[in-house]
Design a protein around this ligand. Structure first.
Ligand code: TGC
Ligand code: FAD
Length: 386
């Protein structure tokens, strides 16, 4: 692992073992194929069970529900390794763990936890998280048009969700909807319920090795037992986003390592004007930027994990790390692409794939600018969002 400051010394032997095992598996089983899958626009569904066996899914949740029960920093290292291969793989694991298992764990009944969490952890079933709607994702509370109307022992759901990861391959979807009093409720919706459909979104130039879908709910009747009983306000879905953003702050650094390593190797062997381009100050400046940002980002992520374990983490801390680490990874991917010259425009090299993926990562889970405004509101007490 790229580690210029020996930051890994701060991790426990168990955490380092988790990282090494994840890298070994992913380098053997996934890295050799990822370019093709990305180019073909295919998510490797055959790996889902293996991800479960490796403990990649919701691994920071307790063992009693079938999860691996590892520390938040070990979980972060798994996200790092997944995204070193491709943001789409980390996205799959983020949604399954942070956006489907976490809400069931945090807001579900004991029966719901026992029913769903072990199957999700094992990769026996896949979940999706439907919060964003077609009229805009940055303001999920204000823009939410999906309705939940009580009808005896059932709720009837109507609405449309947009840009939903795993939507078309999921067996369950966590759907957020407003009831007649305007409360925001979460439901576990089996995707074979009549009235539910999930058409896949095509023609993406980013996150191509990931399934992205629309969720259409037309008079979908779900029993009241499918309601997450602890939900009831925007705070519930936003708290799930905090979990996913935490993993993204780690994952983006994996992508940064991939593009830095590739650009460094290329620069050492590419000869122009009689010398390797690595000998040029302009190239070294780009490489040093990438290495510095990776090193700073890793320390930020490590400290974030410690605060999460200690229970002192605020969601604004996570906003700072997600915003920073994704943007420096994106800038690094753009620089790596530049160092590669014409070679950098093909998917034979990793840089452009990561660069295009990171455009999504910079946008989802709160855009870069939304996190600026979240932090700005926190430090000034002035709300520039509305
Ligand atoms: P606001 O007044 O800020 O918050 C309402 C209540 O929620 C609390 N809160 C949070 N709690 C936990 N975690 C967070 N991140 C929280 N953010 C806010 C807040 O304290 C308040 O609590 P209370 O008790 O006072 O009621 O609500 P707002 O409407 O002003 O929200 C604005 C904003 C910008 C913070 C929020 O809407 C937002 O985060 N927007 C961005 C939306 C977003 O990130 N969507 C992501 C959808 S999922 C996705 O993209 C998956 S991609 C796949 C992958 O992860 O890989
Ligand atoms: P908008 O909210 O319409 O914003 C458009 C632009 O306006 C942005 O640049 C934004 O920063 C800016 N802007 C918005 N408000 C303000 C303001 N107040 N001040 C200044 N600027 C502002 N969502 C889910 O619920 N589940 C998923 O699984 C999921 N997966 C995704 C997968 C992919 C591949 C993608 C691309 C998106 C996914 N999303 C998912 C949706 C994602 O969370 C949203 O795209 C994101 O929240 C931004 O919403 P939007 O795209 O509608 O942009």
């Amino acid at each position: 692992m790229l580690d210029y400051y020996q930051v890994m010394e701060l991790f426990s032997p168990e955490e380092r073992q988790v990282q090494a095992a994840a890298r070994k598996f992913l380098d053997a089983e996934v890295m050799p194929h990822i370019r093709d899958w990305w180019e073909q626009g295919t998510f490797p569904r055959h790996l889902i069970r293996a991800f479960g066996e490796m403990g990649f899914l919701g691994s920071n949740l307790p063992e009693e529900y079938g999860a691996a029960g590892v520390s938040n920093n070990a979980y972060g290292l798994i996200m790092y390794e997944l995204e070193r291969v491709d943001s789409g793989l980390r996205s799959f694991a983020s949604v399954q763990g942070a956006l489907v298992m976490y809400p069931i764990y945090a807001y579900g009944s004991e029966e719901q936890k026992r029913e769903y969490l072990p199957k999700l952890a094992a990769g026996e079933i896949v979940g999706a998280f439907g919060l964003t709607e077609p009229d805009g994702g940055s303001d999920p509370g204000g823009n939410m048009k999906t309705k939940a109307v009580k009808d005896g022992d059932h709720y009837v759901l109507n609405g449309t969700k947009m840009w939903i990861t795993n939507g078309s391959i999921a067996q369950i979807a966590i759907v957020w909807a407003k009831d007649e009093e305007g409360r925001i409720l979460g439901f576990i919706v089996p995707t074979d319920t009549p009235g539910f459909s999930a058409p896949e979104i095509h023609h993406k130039m980013s996150l191509r090795a990931s399934v992205t879908s629309e969720l259409v709910l037309e008079d979908v009747r779900v029993h009241k037992d499918q309601l997450l009983p602890g939900s009831g306000s925007l705070r519930a879905p936003l708290s799930c986003l905090t979990q996913a953003r935490y993993g993204i702050a780690w994952g983006a650094l994996g992508a940064l390592e991939a593009v830095y390593t590739e650009a460094l190797e290329f620069a050492k062997s590419r000869i122009t004007f009689g010398r390797p381009i690595a000998a040029r100050q302009l190239i070294q400046d780009k490489l040093v930027y990438m290495l510095s940002e990776h090193t700073k980002g890793l320390l930020l992520a490590w400290k974030l994990g410690k605060m999460k374990d200690a229970g002192t983490l605020k969601h604004t801390h996570v906003s700072l790390a997600k915003r920073n680490n994704v943007r420096v990874a994106l800038e690094s991917a753009r620089l790596a692409r530049e160092i590669l010259g014409a070679n950098g425009i093909t998917v034979e090299y990793h840089a452009i794939r990561h660069m295009l993926n990171l455009e999504t990562v910079d946008t989802y889970e709160g855009t870069h600018d939304i996190h600026t405004l979240i932090l700005g509101r926190d430090i000034t007490g002035e709300n520039a969002l509305t």
